[in-house]
Design a protein around this ligand. Sequence first.
Ligand code: DGY
Length: 321
Amino acid sequence: MIDTRPTLYLSRLLPDPVMAIVRERFQLVQEPLDVLPAPPALREGLCRANAAIVTLGDLIDAETIHAATRLKILANYAVGYNNIDLAAAQVRGLIVTNTPDVLTDATADLTWALILATARRVVEGDALVRSGQWTGWSPTQLMGAEVSGKILGIIGMGRIGQAVAQRAVGFRMPVRYHTRQPNAATSLPREWEHRSLHDLLGEADVVTIHLPLTPATHHLIGACELAWMKPTAFIINTARGPIVDEGALVNALKTEIIAGAGLDVYEQEPTIHSALAELKQVVLLPHLGSATLHARVQMGLVCLKNIQAVLEGRLAPNQVT
Ligand code: DGY
């Protein structure tokens, strides 16, 4: 019997509940692996499929987009879509979708995990206990910074920025935020106060970044901006690595211009600036923002919903082109 199911390219293996649906509804053009495909394999897969689910590590350039003539939809398994040449997709009429909302809580929770881990030296404490060198409780051991009651500065007040702000209530942390379109933020609670980037960086004890990566946000935080921060302040990034100039950050940490950093994202993932791993005042995570089973399954379901809509000739709910 002829298989009439649409063809799908999956650049990575997705969680089991998503794979079960994928295998039922689609013909896979290649069996997905749990590693990033090499660019030729990525391009070949995209060229053979009617629809594709790709991840943030897959760089999809104009050449690939124009070569993939059968492809109707590129469902990005992420909320950020800086890995895709959107202008080329628009020219070619290729629909690109993302996965907003379903990973907001997971990413906001992880942001708080990084805030607390960085300020309270959680990773150093874990290492000490595991090393067998811990000699018992001490009044002066691994003293960290108190975050309760301190000022939380949020750069970018989209869904994730707001979810991070909501969680500040339990820590009695006044929220200051910076957004490039303050007028669009009129529905935000009045107690969250808008600041210029300069003032926010100067006032906050914890600065956390929740912006998309665009040409305008690339290296938004560099040496000059880090120098505006308090020497006791921490910076947290769970958005995209290139928003922060990693070299400038290393320098600011080494020279104690700021107190510490909690990073989930890097300029050249999975490579990190060699000096970062040597700095104790830094907590480094491997891009885990959305890494809960719940969020990752929902992200897959959102991709499938968008694909189904497009293949049936309907509007994709999360179209970004
Ligand atoms: C996203 O969705 O953009 C996240 O970075 C993935 O974890």
